[in-house]
Ligand binder design. Structure first.
Ligand code: B12
Ligand code: SF4
Ligand code: SF4
Length: 322
């Protein structure tokens, strides 16, 4: 029978920071908030006892840039950083007799479960429970220092920690409403549930759903001109780049404009109009394709913004035979 170690929380946190994380916190597997997650976690790592939440700050200027490939690059670079750091932490823990697995920050995920829940650990829930931040109106975890500009990941280990984190008392969200105002498809709402399908259809167009649509268009278009109506050359090029390099995120504006935490908070509080002019308007007025499903509130929202070229796409379920 494997004897698990009990780790000192302060020393473990220092190990995570020294390895490159911006912040770290710990949650026991038995926590009630993980009830819906536990089976997936145990299926991936049956020895699981503790989750380590890791947060990696993103450079806000990259994330806010209207040159969106710079935002995507920043996201991917932070994910790569999280891999290196997670592996370093695990190696140091292995030397202390503690074992565990590093969960990817994003991809790869379990495509065997597509189109269902393909992720194994909800990093946002772990981060909130570990006391790293709270989800704001934009449904992103907002850290008191780094704001929404975070890449999150989790480690699952077989050891216990002598003191676990608890959710922060206060949320860094200041309810400014900018995330809801900038969302091109109305997925973020000041009041009401987040619309994941609207977000995924647009922001993840160059991901699996768009790729399936590309295959569909390739197979069913009566000719090259019809194909080019469904996939403009620049859209095919963007998909090519996602496949050759890493996914092109088409949005993330709800993160970009969020002034919570230190990176944007000071600018916003010292002058709302200047902040809106500098940070929000370039994204709100950016000329770009916006992907929606016909007849949805997202279509209505996108159509109301004359800067956007509204592209109506077929939902996956409607393309399936039978
Ligand atoms: C699935 C997912 C998505 C989905 C759904 C988002 C969501 N709110 O759940 C989509 C594709 C829409 C998405 C979009 C984005 N995501 Co995302 N995404 C994830 C993922 C894999 C799991 C999220 C999760 O735990 N959801 C469950 C709970 C916690 O979320 P929730 O908001 O409380 O509840 C909603 C969902 O459960 C949803 N839902 C319910 N059933 C189902 C079923 C399916 C199939 C889907 C898709 C959703 C869904 O409805 C609920 C109501 O709103 C994580 C990585 C990970 N492994 O944790 C990254 C993650 C949450 N994403 C992240 C980011 C940054 C983004 C984007 C900005 C990407 C971009 N650059 O365009 C946008 C922002 C959208 C937003 N404002 O939330 C970051 C968040 C960092 C932070 N500061 O919190 C994460 C943690 C990745 C990371 N490693 O850093 N994402
Ligand atoms: S943009 Fe404003 S309302 Fe939205 S999450 Fe950030 S602080 Fe909260
Ligand atoms: S990523 Fe874009 S589409 Fe998705 S919720 Fe944020 S602002 Fe809206």
């Amino acid at each position: 029978m494997h004897q698990s170690a009990c780790l000192n929380a302060a020393e473990l946190k220092q190990l995570c920071l020294d390895a490159g994380a911006g912040d770290a916190g710990f949650v026991e597997l038995g926590r009630e908030a993980l009830d819906a997650e536990r089976n997936d976690i145990l299926a991936a790592y049956p020895r699981a006892r503790t989750l380590i939440a890791l947060a990696f700050p993103l450079n806000p200027e990259n994330i806010r840039s209207p040159a969106r490939h710079m935002s995507s690059a920043e996201v991917h670079n932070a994910s790569d950083e999280s891999v290196t750091t997670s592996r370093g932490i695990l190696r140091a823990l292995n030397a202390q007799g503690v074992r565990g697995v590093a969960v990817p920050a994003d991809f790869p995920m379990d495509m065997g479960r597509f189109p269902g829940k393909i992720w194994t650990v909800s990093h946002k829930i772990v981060a909130v429970e570990a006391g790293l931040g709270h989800m704001g109106v934009n449904r992103l975890v907002l850290h008191p220092r780094f704001g929404s500009f975070l890449r999150l990941t989790s480690l699952v280990i077989d050891g216990e920690v002598d003191s676990y984190g608890t959710p922060l008392e206060n949320s860094p969200c200041i309810h400014c409403g900018l995330c809801a105002a900038v969302c091109p498809v109305g997925a973020v709402k000041n009041k009401g549930a987040f619309d994941p399908m609207a977000c995924m259809t647009h922001a993840y167009r160059d991901n699996v759903l768009g790729f399936m649509d590309l295959l569909d268009a390739t197979m069913t278009s009566p000719g090259i001109e019809a194909f080019r109506q469904r996939f403009l050359d620049r859209e095919t090029a963007s998909m090519w780049q996602s496949l050759m390099y890493k996914m092109n995120y088409r949005c993330g504006y709800c993160m970009a404009v969020c002034p919570a935490g230190r990176p944007g908070g000071a600018d916003f509080l010292s002058g709302r109009k200047a902040y809106v002019d500098e940070v929000v308007k370039p994204l709100l007025n950016r000329q770009e394709e916006v992907y929606v499903i016909t007849g949805t509130p997202a279509e209505k929202r996108a159509t109301a913004n004359s800067s956007k070229l509204v592209r109506r796409v077929v939902p996956l379920v409607e393309r399936r035979p039978g």
